[in-house]
Each structure stands twice: as C-alpha cells, then as structure tokens.
Write a protein that binds this ligand. Structure first.
Ligand code: NDP
Length: 336
C-alpha cells in the first residue's frame, strides 16, 4: 500500500519536502468493513489549510499521518453485507492506494458509473459548492453582472455556467490567455479577463460597463481589489475561497484598506457572506438532480486535469496553489 504522508508543515508555499511516499502493508478488513482500492484521488485547495496547525474550521493533518482526500474507490474485499466486491463508491480514503472503511460516509456510485471521477468535481463537493454559493448567497437575477474568480476551476466554471443559465452577464477572471479562451469558447462566458495582465483592473472595468452585482470570490488579493470599486448598490459576494492567501505567512503589506472596504460595505449596502460547504449537505440531492439534468442537456461543460500516478500528487498539489492546473485536478491512482 503506497501512501503519502505529511512529512513536515510548510512555511509559505508547500514543497516536495513536506510530503513523504511510504510503503505499508495493505490493510485487512475486519468484520463489517470493506477494503477500498483508490481509483481517483481528488486534490483540492482546502488541503493547504489542513497542512498547517493554525486554528481553522477543520482539524489539521498530523505530521506523519496520511494526507486526507476524497476518493473514488472500488470495493476489492468485503466483510460488510451492504457492499459487494466491484462496487464503486465515493470515499474519503486519503492519498493512498488502499483503505478500509466500515461503510460510514461512503456514497454508492452505481454498478458502472459512466464518469466515476465526476463524483469528485462537477457532481461532487466542488459542484455543490458552486451551486449553494451562487444560488443561496449570490441570488442571481436575469440581466445582472456576475464576476467569477478562478473561473476555469471546478467551482468557478460551475458557478459561472449556472449564472449563465440564470440569465446573467458572466465575466470570468483566470490566469493566462488559454484559460480565458476556454471560458469564452467552451464555458460560454461573455468575457474573461487575465488577472496576470498589467492593466487587469482597467480591463475588468471595461468588461463590466454596468458594474458588478455578484462577485463569486475564490481568490482575494488583487482580484478583489479590482472588483471592489465596480460593485453596484446591493451587490452580493459569496466568499467561497481566498486562494491567493493560502500560502501567506503574514498579512499583505499596507496601506490598510479596511476603512475603504467597510465604507464600501456601508454605502453600497453590500452583502458579504462566507460559507463552508461541509456544514450542510442537506440539499445535495436537489443539487445532484439539477446538475444531472443540465449535464444531460449539454448545458454544463466540465474539464478535468487528470494526472497519472499517486506519486505525482505532491507536485500536482503544489501546482494547484500556483494556478498550474487547468480544470478539476484529479490523480488517477489505480486501474479502473
Ligand atoms: P481551482 O481548480 O480553481 O484551483 C485553484 C485556482 O485558483 C488555480 O488554478 C488558479 O487559477 C487560481 N489561483 C491559485 N493561486 C492564485 C493566486 N495567487 N491568485 C489568483 N488566482 C490563483 O480550485 P477549486 O475550483 O477546487 O476551488 C476554487 C476556490 O473555492 C478555492 O479558493 C477553494 O478553496 C474554494 N472552495 C471553497 C469551498 C467552501 O466550502 N467554501 C469548497 C470548495 C472549494 P488561475 O490560473 O485562473 O488563476
């Protein structure tokens, strides 16, 4: 059983030295347990937070423990009457080839799912995050302008496409011309601005001639700085992620803009709301129903960035925090 453990806690950006690949015996299921083989492993930005021991909404991974992760796995041995060998499940096995489970927290994916890895992205946690954040907090109305940060990742691409379905003008923000072309040509956004362009803020202003009614926040930093002056009265900001800060070891250098932010919140009557999707999965079925029908109707496009080999997970994860992924980052860990 190959597994990747947290070797040390990163200072700033994670490096290969913060991870260690180990060999261990394949665990054996006890009565009531199943043995799961990881087929696909999800790499997600929140894992950076778990590598640190700073207080957060979730407990950190212990040093020398296996990195946690959602997986799509197959049952390869079963001593649990509810699960047969060969079944596909969504699990939380972590960065390793095999794990045992007593069935708690497993979700069945059917006998032969058409796209098993979609359970880690468009039909799973990131897709659900986009759905709840945009619809419940963003509350899009036809004709409004929606700006989406990190707009080619699984959360951003889904939020933007739902915005289009609700009749919004959707302006994406992404890193580089190739991602921006994808946002226009494949995702069907009305505009996409490259945040690496020197005149990014001016380009964003030109792309939002009627201001911004909803900003789907995934990034923070200079993207938020460019959005702030363009916000309309009663704009909504679902604060989903702040990836540009995840590797930070201190607050950004001044000037302190808190007064500017709070004055804008007051005078523009802004609604800024953070949310953590794992708090409440009660509407997952409603989301899955909507998403499956949008996918079946060809109204929702989904791009994966599939990397082969569990051993490549650390490098792929380091790249995720630098924008090197293009689409939902998934490790193909084993034979399917
Ligand atoms: P993505 O696949 O979008 O990956 C992250 C992307 O963020 C990168 O590809 C890059 O895109 C962009 N990025 C990375 N670093 C920076 C930076 N310094 N400045 C600007 N952009 C950067 O990931 P997800 O779709 O999985 O997640 C998107 C966001 O949603 C994250 O912030 C994540 O933490 C958050 N999230 C929150 C949840 C919640 O419950 N609140 C649940 C799930 C995700 P580009 O090259 O385009 O800049």
């Amino acid at each position: 059983n190959r597994r990747i453990v947290l070797a040390s806690r990163p200072q700033g950006a994670p490096t290969a030295a913060n991870f260690r690949l180990e060999e261990a015996p394949v665990p054996q299921p006890e009565d009531g347990e199943v043995l799961l083989r990881t087929v696909y492993l999800s790499l997600d930005p929140y894992m950076r937070g778990r590598m640190s021991d700073a207080p957060s909404y979730a407990a950190p991974v212990e040093v020398d423990a296996v990195m946690g992760a959602g997986t799509v796995s197959r049952v390869v041995a079963s001593r649990n009457a509810d699960y047969a060998v060969g079944e596909w499940v969504l699990a939380y096995s972590g960065w390793q080839d095999y794990a045992v489970s007593d069935g708690a927290g497993l979700m069945r994916l059917g006998a032969e799912p058409q796209h098993p890895s979609h359970a880690l992205g468009i039909l799973g946690m990131p897709g659900f995050t986009a759905y709840i954040g945009l619809l419940d907090i963003g509350r899009p109305q036809a004709g409004e302008t929606l700006v989406v940060a990190a707009c080619t990742g699984p959360v951003g691409a889904t939020a933007g496409q739902i915005g289009k379905l609700k009749g919004c003008r959707v302006v994406g923000v992404a890193g580089g011309p190739e991602k921006c072309r994808h946002a226009l040509d494949v995702l069907g956004f009305d505009a996409c601005i490259d945040h690496k362009a020197p005149d990014f803020a001016q380009q964003l202003a030109r792309a939002c001639p009627d201001g911004i009614d909803i900003y789907y926040e995934n990034v923070g930093g200079k993207v938020f700085d460019a959005v702030l002056p363009l916000l309309n009265t009663s704009a909504r900001i679902p604060v989903c992620g702040l990836i540009s800060y995840y590797n930070a070891t201190s607050l950004p250098p001044g000037p302190d803009r808190l007064a500017l932010l709070m004055r804008t919140v007051l005078t523009k009557r802004l609604k800024i709301q953070g949310f953590i999707i794992t708090d409440d999965y009660s509407r997952y079925d409603e989301f899955a129903g909507d998403m499956k029908s949008w996918l079946a109707a060809g109204q929702m496009k989904y791009r994966e960035d599939m990397v082969d080999g569990l051993e490549n997970a650390p490098q792929a994860f380091i790249g995720l925090l630098q924008g090197k992924n293009f689409g939902k980052l998934v490790i193909r860990a084993g034979a399917d």
